[in-house]
Design a protein around this ligand. Sequence first.
Ligand SMILES: Cc1ncc(COP(=O)(O)O)c(C=O)c1O
Length: 442
Amino acid sequence: MELNQQSDWVARSLRSVWHPCTQMQHHETVPLIPVSRGQGVWLYDHQGKRYLDAISSWWVNLFGHANPRINAALKQQLDTLEHAMLAGFTHEPVIELSEKLSALTGHVLGHSFYASDGASAVEIALKMSFHSWRNRGHSAKQEFVCLKGSYHGETIGALAVTDVALFKDAYGPLLRASQTVMSPDARQATEGETAADVARRAAADVERLFIEKSDRIAAIIIEPLVQCATGMAMHDPLYLQLVRELCNRYSVHLILDEIAVGCGRTGTFFACEQADIWPDFLCLSKGISGGYLPLSLVLTRDEIYQAFYSSDVTRGFLHSHSYTGNPLACRAALATLQIFEEDDVLRTNRIKADRLTAALQPLAQHDKVRNFRQRGMIWAFDAIDATPDFSRRFFATAVEHELLMRPIGASVYMMPPYVLSDEEIDTLANNTLAVFNQVMAG
Ligand SMILES: Cc1ncc(COP(=O)(O)O)c(C=O)c1O
């Protein structure tokens, strides 16, 4: 396609599309890239220029763009049933998916409630927690606890348990107050402290709050192992074990938001498996549909489900969304889970992760880099002396080097699709180093 046609797409988009998480004026200097197609880890623009999707298009894509197996499953589903409402009706894809997810939790979390995006799953978990306490006669339990730097989505309820000033401050007057406790971010370790020591300190902060007011707290919400949107802040699994014990002792629900870290991203299918615990509510979205269609869900325990089971309609969980349990999205999720089973994905990811970690050593050792870190298929490092516009300049420079990357502040991260070849791993590492050097050189 001609350059002027590509420019035409940009002009039309900027006139009519209000892009997410964007100060639109920045597009006067930052490029907007019209994507024409995707294949594997690559996205292509209308001129055929390619970009390695190093952040899996906002952390959703697991097995590459236009994956033949997911495509085939969707095409078949499209000719069978595209959508049917889930109240009063049910269908094979949603039943099979719920059964498979239950099995993946050893049937501890045997009930799945569906929605479309991550923030809605968070809203559901918060509402279910509060309502289940109320149904059990504990209506004073109305408050929620979140971690410093936490991110759980941007609808009003989810934003209330988010602690990122950039997203939250403007809407302060609209939001319900929540309690914020210390993050277990291992980067806070003082001289001689280990990540486990930081985890213990952070858990002690939770206990302080629970001692003071657990009778008014419904739940604590945590993104396990990696607080992604705050800049890939990683913590020791011990923290999750300690908080699980505290939740048991003080009768507070544990909500784990695995929207970004679930589906193998941290090395196990669910991040909480590394701490050998299960929450009361587990939120899943993003990768569960392979990055194809909006799908989210909340998995919960039988005792929560039983708190709503009654002849009284108002004791039921009456929440709904029009596309709840959409068959196409569920089919994409089933095809995704099938790839996990057939390809031994968690094992092959470990081999890929070792290779990328090795290839990234020049960055890990770079004199302008600190806190190089990795867990599963997530890598991150912090730039020393980054300018305030570091992230935007990095994005623009990365695009020139065939990379799609969007640092969070001064934290550069990679969360690629799992289907990277060895050659693509080397390209990702080498080009990231080149981009970093160019940006740091100003
Ligand atoms: C941990 C976490 N929770 C919730 C959300 C919100 O998901 P969505 O953007 O689909 O509403 C996100 C999105 O990035 C997330 O990373």
